[in-house]
Design a protein around this ligand. Structure first.
Ligand SMILES: *Cc1c(COP(=O)(O)O)cnc(C)c1O
Length: 405
């Protein structure tokens, strides 16, 4: 039998995809088979360094023994209970998450980022019932694809086909304290923000922005909802960015990296916001599924046991320093925090760089025409980080020849 040419299995799967899948994603350029640590193998046997981690999700990398063990054990015990029964993994996870914020915190477990933000929006609605409904959110934000989460997502292209969306929502420039202060009035129910905008290209606001938002919300009696779906659980070298900055929101949402690849989200509410939901106000059949919760507990345990918060800061700083040494006409600069970085390009060639990187065995994300996002597993080693930094100049050279030809 003759060997299939490189990429043949991928091509066959892409053909099947094009026939059966809805067109909302476009056809992915890659078909993955398995992974280990920060590496993944595609269906044609090609290996890649995964510097996107399933969009900031695979926090412990792929097939981490702690996650494999926890999930295997739990699925063999009990895969599902519904919310008509208590189960230990869900209860233990809520207890652990409640300690990430000071004071009395209650937790709602759900499946993902959008369902976490939906619950947060319902907490806001009910707290302000009949008095205030306006939410102030930010341009360039991303809070998810359900109608509620989309209503506070500041991306016109994602919103337009689905209008009218719930509201009212007012959008202000991200990071602009003055604009936030001007927009928030005594009719504002809540301010909703990401500490750093991930989908916009790892946009880090001015120092003190979150604290200012807290103050502005307090001044008018509005709630502060902080979406840590992408920033939370170690991505920045902290459990939560808000807590690390000494800011206590009314509501914090989590998902992405929490389950180490298993779908789980969480809403943390403090103070009065924690007491808003009464019996019957909200629910989810699959939310806080025991298998996902067991995975999340394994993630939290491993981050703690292996000192991964510190590791993320060390490798992130090292990576940033290595990008500083790359002097190339296509590289305008870089930004980010922890293992959450963006390369800013001088030309709209992010998609081309993503393609070149993939051919060279690196999975990266052209999150905007001029921005590359990096959100690798938190277990990425310095040596692995260096592999990419070392390859970067020649990858940029390859893109350069395309641009000038
Ligand atoms: C990804 C993301 C969401 C949406 O999460 P899903 O799990 O895709 O629903 C919400 N908020 C932020 C900040 C995100 O990065």
């Amino acid at each position: 039998m003759t060997a299939l040419p490189t990429g043949a299995v991928t091509q066959l799967m892409q053909d099947r995809w094009d026939i059966v899948m809805m067109r909302n994603y476009g056809t992915p350029p890659i078909a993955l088979d398995h992974g280990r640590g920060a590496r993944v193998w595609d269906v044609d046997g090609r290996v890649y360094l995964d510097l996107l981690g399933g969009i900031a999700v695979s926090s412990l990398g792929h097939a981490h023994p702690a996650v494999v063990e926890a999930v295997t054990r739990q699925v063999a015990l009990l895969a599902h209970t519904s919310n008509l029964a208590i189960h230990e993994p869900g209860l233990a996870l809520a207890e652990r998450l409640s300690t990430l914020l000071p004071g009395s915190t209650r937790v709602f477990l759900c499946q993902d980022g959008a369902t976490a933000n939906e619950a947060a929006l319902k907490i806001v609605r009910k707290s302000m019932q009949g008095r205030r409904s306006e939410i102030v959110a930010t341009h360039g934000s991303f809070h998810g694809r359900t109608l509620g989460a989309l209503s506070v997502t500041g991306n016109p292209a994602k919103r337009a086909p689905f209008e009218p969306l719930p509201g009212p929502v007012t959008f202000v420039e991200f990071g602009d304290v003055k604009a936030l202060r001007a927009a928030v009035t005594d009719t504002t129910a809540a301010i909703m923000l990401e500490p750093v905008q991930g989908e916009s290209g790892v946009i880090v606001p001015v120092e003190g922005y979150l604290a200012a938002a807290r103050q502005i919300a307090d001044d008018v009696g509005a709630l502060l909802v902080v979406d840590e779906v992408q920033s939370g659980i170690g991505r920045t070298g902290e459990w939560l960015m808000c807590a690390a900055q000494g800011v206590l929101p009314d509501v914090v949402t989590l998902a992405k990296g929490l389950g180490g690849g298993l779908p789980v989200g969480a809403v943390l509410a403090t103070g009065a916001a924690a007491e808003v939901f009464a019996t019957g106000d909200h629910g989810s059949t699959f939310g806080g599924n025991p298998v996902s919760c067991a995975a999340a507990l394994a993630v939290l345990d491993t981050i703690e046991r292996d000192g991964l918060l510190e590791h993320v800061r060390t490798v992130g700083d090292h990576w940033a320093a290595s990008f500083d040494t790359v002097d190339h006409p296509l590289l305008a600069g870089h930004r980010g925090v922890g293992l959450w970085r963006a390369l800013e390009l001088t030309e709209p060639v992010a998609a081309a760089l993503e393609v070149q990187a993939r051919s060279a065995g690196f999975l990266i994300n052209g999150v905007r025409p001029t921005s590359i996002r990096l959100a690798p597993p938190l277990v990425l080693t310095i040596a692995e980080a260096d592999e990419f930094s070392a390859a970067l100049p020649s990858l940029l050279d390859l893109v350069m020849t395309q641009v000038s030809s």
